[in-house]
Ligand binder design. Sequence first.
Ligand code: MN
Length: 506
Amino acid sequence: MFTIKGKTGDWEVVVGLETHIEVLSKSKIFSGASADYNPTVTPNTQVSFVDAAMPGMLPVLNEYCVDQAIKFGLAINAEIAHKSRFARKQYFYPDLPQGYQITQATSEPAVVNHGWIEIMDDDGNPKKILIERAHLEQDAAKNKHDMHPTKSFVDLNRSGVMLLEIVTALDIKNPENNSYITSPDEAERYLRQIREIARALGVSKANMEEGSMRADVNVSVRPVGEKTFRTRTETKNMISFKFIKNHIENEARRQIEIYENGGTVSQDTLRYHQDDGTSSVMRSKEDALDYRYFPDPDLLPLIITDEQIERIRKTMPELPTATRARYIEKFGLSEYDAARLTETVDISHWFDLAVGDKTERAKGIANWMISELFAHPENYDITNEKSGVVDGMRIITPTDLAELVDMVSASEINGKQAKDIFIKMLDGETGTPRAIADKFGMKQITDTGAIEKIIDEVIANNPSQVEQYKSGKVGLLGFFVGNVMKASGGKANPGVVNEILKKKLG
Ligand code: MN
């Protein structure tokens, strides 16, 4: 368990995350305008009257967006509400033309409730993180302050794009239920897991750098063994794993110091300063905003039928946790290898393509990917869109790697030759591994007669080593194997070499 040592003892850290992911849909959640607001799009060109909040315009719910929320809810083992409502969360800001955000009130059930995902805790054990809810809401527009020395601009293209806000739960009634995030690393693993689920489902790109995933981070501390939760602070809109981890640790230390000096932590909203990792109070509880939520009279309650849920359940792809289990059970991979190969959906897809329907290939492919290919990201295209030579780099495809592994298992080439072929590919050699092997005359010698001849020579040339081996220094076998392999130009089948050597040396 992650704890922080204070003057008075060890402290536990309690983290709550409210994660916003931007949902991929053709049009916005309540209007027909395009939801693809990428930076190359001219500002204010994808704005309907609804998004600009023209008087009298009525929002119309996009069913596709609701489906995405249901999909995500099923993936996090949650309950889908058969009835939930939209509410107006009211505040003023120039990027919010309506003067309120259409969201789902925190005091009512959201479309998705009571879910959980599994992450690895800091001791390497699986841990359930409870999720209280995931609700639908609108994104705001974007203020632009860097276009003119004295003026600010607003780009409404993002106004009304759908967000899904995913909120972790603290089991308040059951504080010993350790099913919440308790360290900076767990926070990162949780967010990465959310990202992978969203990507596997095609619900969101969930890319922090691009802003399609951002998190509000709540932090509190308590002495190890204390049963109740203490006051938390909240830091909004954090957009990097690094900053989030750094902030959790710094904020926990700040709170511990306050308590140990006899003070109390106040429930503040903080602003994080990324240059030095400190934070300052943006607003305190006394002037906390009162959003005056009320049901949006322009929208009917959101009714979801069992048929709709079942229709979506049928379209669910395999999720990363299930993929990992499949790799371990079906392919016999280690936990570590399975975890590396499911870090992203693209990686596991690449791996699955290379394995194809040949289960026996899986371990070989896994080894090559983890120990060689991952070290050369420029030489393979994880999305499988590229092949051939791109920017002077030879792209190694799943088919290439499958062929290489097959050649080794069929004893056409040995491991050393496979490595040489791989290096030749990295160096830009085109053609399939088999074509490269042919071109450079890399064929394994499996003919026992030929190997025996080489072995006899090596034995004859090293009488003192033979003597030592026979007197019990069996570790010298490696010396003989090495010399035979060398004499064969690296072409001998190491298995055959081993076998004959052992026989001849007695
Ligand atoms: Mn929100």
